[in-house]
Design a protein around this ligand. Structure first.
Ligand code: ATP
Length: 361
């Protein structure tokens, strides 16, 4: 179990210089719109993932008019207390430290502190393109299995190389030489490893999502989830690359492989995003996130830190209490929940008899 005890921010978004102290597992963060509730949650995400949940270029997180930021936390674990530090230097260089030791690769930190964020803009996970769901799945698997992340980084690197080679062949009107075979073999090798991990994991993960959905919706609404992949009927990825080679040469990019996998949501055999109501979309979104939370908890033997941003605005009171009850009761992790209404948070925590701390911004 890991408990964030202190977080210090310097020039991070709207925080010039501020420290926060936490002494409970359940932390409510309240304040009016724009006071920095989401920003504070995002620092925790940053310290778990070495990057923001929201803003892609790190520089976007620097307080306007300043150069560089620093976020730091003291985290109490079962055996020790660790210090996590993320620094964005004035020259744009990012550094990440565990205690005072600097990571050579940020990816080495992923999975040390697991975390699940539920935020208002997550709707894209349901309504957006397949890359949103792949990203969700990849983030989840990377937190659980360090080798998965290593394979993924490798796959993306080789994919880039293969694509630029294809483009080059096309532009220079050349025929492919042995290099394409070598790249195919390398890509297929890591691709197979990723595919296998996804397939085995999804066998149980999909049932977990569907169970969560049913318990949120309180009935069977005919929702189903399918792992769609081109690696069907025992086809190897090497074979797949060979089958699509002519097409790839023409289109100058790799059009087949595990980077095309999809997690397809349906309702009564129709695409979920076309048929589902707003409420059903929210239910599926929460089901996905709860399944993520419970899967990490089961496989890693401890629950991830849970960051619930503005969820009261997303769910009705009943569903909200249901959600809090599921995750807050007997929790073995720390849960941060933001809300604009202090009274609403207090009431929910009191009804569930939770021991909590409130931070007012
Ligand atoms: N790089 C930045 N520099 C300075 N301020 C920033 C920066 N990025 C964001 N902000 C400010 O942070 C504030 C938003 O913070 P945040 O989204 O955390 O608020 P919030 O309390 O979660 O609001 P809401 O309740 O509306 O979701 C805004 O006022 C925004 O202008």
């Amino acid at each position: 179990m890991s408990i964030f005890q202190k977080i210090s921010l310097l020039q991070f978004r709207n925080y010039s210089q501020q420290s926060f102290y936490f002494d409970k597992k359940i932390v409510g963060i309240c304040g009016a719109n724009g006071t920095g509730k989401t920003n504070l949650l995002d620092t925790i995400y940053y310290l778990c993932f070495t990057k923001s949940y929201f803003s892609k270029p790190d520089g976007k997180n620097v307080m306007h008019g300043k150069e560089g930021f620093r976020i730091e936390a003291e985290v109490e674990n079962i055996r020790d207390t660790q210090k996590l530090t993320c620094i964005l230097r004035e020259n744009g260089r990012k550094e990440f430290y565990l205690d005072d030791e600097q990571y050579k690769k940020f990816s080495d930190h992923i999975g040390k502190y697991t975390c699940v964020m539920i935020a208002p803009d997550d709707a894209m996970l349901i309504t957006g393109g397949s890359e949103e769901r792949r990203k969700f799945l990849d983030t989840l698997l990377s937190q659980i299995y360090p080798d998965y992340l290593a394979h993924l980084i490798n796959y993306n690197r080789i994919l880039l190389q293969r694509n630029s080679y294809l483009k080059n062949l096309f532009e220079e009107q050349k025929t492919p030489d042995d290099l394409l075979d070598v790249l195919d073999e390398q890509l297929a090798c890591v691709g197979e490893a990723i595919f296998l991990k996804r397939k085995i994991f999804l066998d149980t993960f999909i049932s977990t999502i569907l169970n969560q959905y049913e318990s949120i919706a309180d009935k069977d609404e005919g929702v189903d989830i399918n792992y769609q992949t081109q690696m069907v009927e025992g086809k190897t990825m090497l074979q797949l690359l060979k089958d699509y080679r002519q097409r790839d040469l023409y289109l100058q990019r790799t059009t087949a492989g595990i980077h095309k996998d999809e997690l397809f949501f349906s309702m009564n055999e129709q695409p979920f995003k076309l048929l589902a109501s707003q409420g059903q979309r929210k239910s599926l979104l929460f089901a996905l996130k709860l399944a993520e939370y419970f899967s990490i908890k089961e496989i890693k033997n401890h629950a991830p830190i849970l960051l619930l941003d503005d969820v009261f605005e997303k769910l009705d009171a009943n569903r909200m209490m249901n959600l809090l009850q599921k995750v807050c009761k007997d929790t073995d992790t720390q849960i941060f929940i933001t809300d604009t209404h202090k009274e609403r948070l207090e009431m929910a925590f009191d009804v569930l008899c939770l021991d909590y701390q409130l931070i007012e911004l």
